[in-house]
Design a protein around this ligand. Structure first.
Ligand code: NAG
Length: 511
């Protein structure tokens, strides 16, 4: 009996111990699972707040993942940025845009020892011209008897007779003070978000005094499939060299020169497609503030076109000068301008003349692993610069605030003479503890971001000296603040006019 009671109690104890053990185990397991769920949730929160605009997330900078991010968030973020860069054709990691060097290029712009030499070098190229380029002569172009900067240089451009200008096109010849604007795009959501706003602001300034000189606009879409913006923005649909770039590819920008060449060819075949005597090359991330002036009468004067001096393009830099020299056929890198194919305004004949050089240099760079590595994401800009030098096309390369083309806030504090803003860099306002406002194009990378863009938050109104600083710790000055506000205001005016393209997008997706 006693034994039985003892055995029963023993069994009871064992049972109690077992269930206690089970409970503890379950508790630990639950704790682990709960902890994991909490950590993953936090991770996901950080991930999504990075991808979308979210001032509450108090993120310092969309360019470099911050230490406050979770491991997975960082991984996802890096992957996303890589995808964005590659799919969009814009370099998030362009020299001067990543990590530490963003500060250098934003805040020490003037301190580059080679920039002065570079600017003057871009004015004149003593190199003898090569003569392998075809003659291109169109409506709105100076005839060989008329003087031009090129004929004075006895460039091959003016040495061949005009053959394609027919009497029928002469009647519709664009006047010498008119501009045909070109914008290249891959048709990604990222570029369409920007491109729709760009074209929206273009239409606004077309209505201003002087806007009647903006006589043509063509988006050059390099993509296999049409996109949702075909009806909204006048589009020339170029066949891409790399069809895979519709979805994903290494360097979609490599398709740009060829896409522009296809447009040039189409104009040669049908000169009535040229709607201005000057051709203005632009990109999607521009904002028009006022009509662009022209360098002069394209037809009868010899004034050179204009392009923009980019501080981070330095053909003479010791790290790349030997590569530039090689690509330039042994020429002096000092003759290579420090610019890029946009923004640039030049005559159609000049563009047509540069085109074969630009395509050839681009191909040469892609076939040169050292050039690809060293010139990186901006190699398309160097390709343009080398091509210009080779073609001996003279274009004035100017800095802000003198440049009539663009200003790049917040690096540039005022618009200066510029007609457009270019928002390469974001602007993030912090007070002593928090992010109070943020504008960053890389927040709008989703394919759907472009379909019905929301109005952008304006910078806060209550500016005061020393109140806010930027991501690089520079104080937000009143001037810079007003400049940024004017850019966002104009973007919102354009966004307000944009129709919802969701249905169009869906139809294309299911087609
Ligand atoms: C800006 O504020 C955020 C928090 O809101 C912080 O993470 C970031 O480091 C700050 N950046 C600067 C440059 O002060």
């Amino acid at each position: 009996m006693a034994y039985q009671r003892h055995a029963a109690r023993h069994a009871q104890n064992r049972e109690d111990n077992a269930s206690k053990f089970t409970a503890v185990c379950i508790g630990i397991l639950c704790g682990l699972v709960l902890g994991w769920v909490v950590l993953e949730t936090i991770d996901m929160m950080f991930t999504s707040s990075n991808v979308h605009y979210n001032p509450e997330a108090q993120l310092q900078d969309a360019v470099a993942p911050q230490t406050s991010l979770g491991r997975r968030a960082k991984e996802k973020f890096t992957q996303m940025l890589e995808k964005v860069e590659k799919a969009a054709g814009y370099a998030v990691s362009r020299p001067g845009m990543d990590g530490v060097s963003v500060k250098e290029s934003l805040y020490n712009k003037g301190s580059n020892p080679t920039s002065a030499a570079a600017t003057s070098a871009s004015q004149e190229s003593p190199r003898p011209a090569t003569t392998q380029s075809p003659e291109i002569k169109l409506a709105g172009e100076p005839s060989t008897s008329e003087s031009s900067s090129l004929s004075k240089n006895s460039s091959p451009l003016s040495s061949t007779a005009s053959s394609t200008t027919s009497s029928t096109t002469l009647s519709s010849k664009p006047k010498g003070d008119t501009i045909h604007t070109l914008m290249t795009s891959s048709g990604s959501g990222y570029q369409n978000f920007q491109g729709r706003i760009m074209y929206g602001t273009y239409k606004i300034v077309q209505g201003m005094s002087g806007g009647d000189k903006l006589t043509g606009f063509t988006r050059i879409l390099h993509r296999v499939k049409p996109d949702e913006c075909m009806d909204e923005i006048p589009t020339f649909h170029a066949k891409p060299l790399h069809p895979e770039c519709d979805v994903w590819c290494d360097f979609p920008v490599a398709d740009r020169p060829n896409a522009v060449a296809q447009w040039v060819d189409s104009v040669k075949a049908d000169p009535s497609k040229l709607l201005g005597a000057w051709v203005l090359l632009t990109e999607c991330d521009y904002v028009w503030i006022k009509p662009m002036p022209v360098p002069g009468d394209a037809i009868s004067s010899d004034v050179p076109g204009w392009q923009f001096h980019f501080g981070y393009i330095i053909a003479q830099h010791p790290d790349c000068a030997h590569i530039i020299k090689r690509l330039y056929g042994g020429g002096d890198p000092a003759e290579v301008p420090n610019s890029g194919p946009a923004p640039a305004i030049l005559r159609f004949s000049e563009l047509g003349f540069v085109m074969p050089f630009w395509e050839k240099v681009t191909a040469a760079i892609e076939a040169d692993p050292e050039a690809v590595k060293v010139l990186g994401w901006v190699r398309e800009m160097y390709a343009w610069d080398i091509a210009l030098a080779q073609a001996k096309v003279k274009i004035l390369t100017e800095d802000p605030p003198k440049s009539p083309l663009i200003a790049q806030p917040p690096a540039d504090h005022t618009i200066g003479n510029a007609a457009m803003f270019h928002y390469t860099w974001g602007a993030i306002y912090n007070d002593t503890t928090h992010t109070v406002w943020r504008w960053e194009k890389r927040d709008f990378t989703q394919p759907t971001a472009a379909l019905k863009p929301k109005l952008l938050p304006m910078p806060p109104e209550d500016w005061a000296p020393g109140k806010w600083h930027l991501q690089g710790n520079e104080q937000v000055t009143e001037e810079m603040h007003k400049t940024l506000a004017s850019m966002i205001k104009r973007m919102n005016e354009a966004i307000d006019t944009l129709p919802d393209l969701t249905e169009k997008y869906k139809a294309l997706q299911s087609a």
